[in-house]
Each structure stands twice: as structure tokens, then as C-alpha cells.
Design a protein. Structure first.
Length: 173
């Protein structure tokens, strides 16, 4: 059983607190995803369309200076643009998923991309509004009910909003 647990953090400080606590609890950098609006007024960020570790680390260093060192350590961090929605900073598995989705998201925007990640439509719409408003979406991929409970507890202790979990879709072979 593979699940993702999601929440909304209202600030970069709260986002970093949650990510730090997830890492301390034993969640892998590769299982933690963060999506937040890119509010930089300059072109400080490169547009990454993949999650290769060396490039991600280089981008992570640059992005980390602007958003905090903790997020800079996550896998595959970079900036991406979703047509009709704007620029975002993404890290973790969500980066790869949204990079591919961003190309085809012109009609579905961020909500369509989030639905593609397995988030139910009503939650995806709520998340899109909060992300556009400056909040961060955090997700952690889990494989056990204990890990789901642990992630939810971390989110709750940090006073995150809109905590939910969903079964991740898998491709049948």
C-alpha cells in the first residue's frame, strides 16, 4: 500500500519546521515533496524539467538561499511554470510529476496537475487556492499505516491545515 499524506503550511518557517520534523522522524528526502509559489521578483531560479540529483543539488543550493536551507536539501528542487497559473518552487517527487504535467496543464492548471498526482478534485481545488495565496503544499509518500499516522501527527503538531491522505495511483505492468 503506497499512500501520500498532504497538508498546507502557511509560511516558509512552518514549512521548514515540518520538513525538518519529517526528516528527523526518518522520512527520506526522496519521499518528501514541497510546492510553493515562486515569489522572486528576479530571474534567480533556473527552470528544471527533471529530478537528477546533481542538477537538483545545484538548484537546491540556489533556491535554498532564497527559501531556506532545509528545502534546498530535498531531492530534485527547482522552479517550474504552470501555464495560466504562474511560477512555483517544487521539491521531491512532486517536482518530476508537475514538470511533466506542467506541459499539458494549460487546460487544467494546477488543479489538473494535482489531480494527476492522485489528489481528489475537491481537495486539489482547495490546495490550489491556498498555494496561489502564498501557502505551501507538503506531501510525504508512505508505505505503512504507522508512517501515515506519524506524518499526520507531525503535521498536526505544527498546526498545518487541510491534512489528508490518499492512495497513490500505480501503473500496472
Amino acid at each position: 500500500m503506497s499512500k501520500a499524506v498532504f497538508c498546507i503550511a502557511q509560511s516558509i518557517d512552518q514549512t521548514e519546521e515540518i520538513v525538518t520534523n519529517l526528516k528527523t522522524a526518518g522520512f527520506s528526502n526522496n519521499d518528501i515533496s514541497v510546492l510553493l509559489p515562486d515569489k522572486s521578483s528576479t530571474k534567480d531560479f533556473a527552470y528544471e524539467k527533471h529530478t537528477k540529483a546533481p542538477e537538483g543539488a545545484a538548484i537546491g543550493g540556489a533556491v535554498g538561499l532564497g527559501t531556506g536551507a532545509v528545502l534546498g536539501l530535498l531531492a530534485g528542487i527547482g522552479s517550474l511554470a504552470i501555464p495560466g497559473v504562474g511560477a512555483f518552487i517544487a521539491a521531491g517527487p512532486i517536482m518530476g510529476a508537475l514538470s511533466g504535467a506542467a506541459v499539458g496543464a494549460a487546460t487544467g492548471g494546477l488543479t489538473g496537475a494535482l489531480i494527476g498526482l492522485g489528489i481528489p478534485e475537491y481537495e486539489a481545488k482547495r490546495y490550489e487556492g491556498k498555494i496561489k495565496g502564498g501557502s505551501a503544499l507538503i506531501s510525504v509518500h508512505t508505505a505503512s499505516s504507522e508512517a501515515i499516522d506519524k506524518a499526520k501527527e507531525i503535521f498536526e503538531r505544527a498546526h498545518a491545515e487541510d491534512i489528508s491522505s490518499t492512495e497513490e495511483s500505480s501503473i500496472a505492468t
